[in-house]
Structures are given as C-alpha cells and as structure tokens.
Design a protein around this ligand. Structure first.
Ligand code: FES
Ligand code: FES
Length: 160
C-alpha cells in the first residue's frame, strides 16, 4: 500500500510522518507517533474511548483517516496539563474518584474538554449530552458528571 506524507500539529508540536494510505488517526497516533493516550475499545465508533479533539471538535480517531487531518490541530489527553499541572478536568476526575478501571477516562476527558471549551458553565444536562458518546464499562457515570461540573466551577472561580 502507498505510503503518503501527513503533517499536522499534535498537542502544539508540528509532526510530519509517512503513513500508509487508509490508516486511521487512532493507529497513526499510537503506532507511528507514539501517542498512546487515545484508547481503543470498539474500533467502530461506538465507545468513545479513542476520542480526540480535531480543530476544536470532538472526533473519534478510530473513524478518522489520518490523511484527512493534513494541517489540522489535534489534541489528545497526552497534551493536556502544563508543566506537571493537570488540566482542570483531569484534576477534578482524580479528586472526585471518578475513574474505576480508567479505560474510558481519556475519551471522557477529551469530551469534557471539548464541552468546557465551548460552554464554560454547562448544566448537568449539557455534561450528560457531551459524554453520551463515551461508554464507561464500569458504569461510573455519576462521579464523572460531578467531576466535569466541578472542573467548570473551578475554571469560573479561577477566571473570576
Ligand atoms: S474505539 Fe473509537 S469509538 Fe470505540
Ligand atoms: S472507568 Fe472503566 S470503562 Fe470507565
């Protein structure tokens, strides 16, 4: 299969790689670019574990071809947090004991970040809708919802 060049920004870094045409972004990130933070659950768009943010939109990396991301700005959980300080969503999930096995957590964090980026003060219903595409096999949804709302509150307190 033909190898083609693809360039995009990954968590603020310019990346250029050759990938096989037809490679999903999920596999390009993990197998070629060494970013293991997106998790693979269903590989068919049903679980949300592989969620990343592309140009500000929450997307499923298992259903996205890497070659369609040319020039895009891609965010994954590996790029959240700065200088050893967790992103507020990560902090709130940790403080709120909102993870069980943790497999769904990276996808949940990206869904929550995408929500808070566009809706800094979400309602509970907003949070439920935002993570509705993310399946937690441990069914620990309530602590996750509470953590996202706590992250929003801490963001608005810091902003105020
Ligand atoms: S691995 Fe992508 S949605 Fe499940
Ligand atoms: S914490 Fe286990 S899948 Fe969500």
């Amino acid at each position: 299969m033909a190898r083609i060049p693809v360039q995009f920004r990954l968590n603020g870094d310019d990346r250029a790689e050759f990938i096989e045409s037809g490679t999903t972004l999920f596999h390009a990130l993990r197998d070629t670019m060494g970013d293991m933070s997106p998790k693979g659950g269903c590989h068919q768009g049903s679980c949300g574990a592989c969620s990343v943010i592309i140009d500000g939109e929450l997307r499923l990396s298992c259903l996205t071809l890497a070659e369609t991301c040319e020039g895009a700005e891609i965010e994954t959980t590996a790029g959240l947090g700065q200088d050893g300080v967790l992103h507020p969503v990560q902090r709130a999930i940790l403080d709120g004991f909102a993870t069980q096995c943790g497999f769904c957590t990276p996808g949940m964090v990206m869904a929550a970040k995408a929500l808070l980026d566009r809706t800094p003060n979400p309602s509970r219903e907003d949070v439920v809708e935002a993570i509705s595409g993310n399946i937690c096999r441990c069914t620990g949804y309530e602590p996750i919802i509470a953590a996202v709302l706590a992250a929003a509150r801490s963001n608005s307190q810091n902003a105020g």
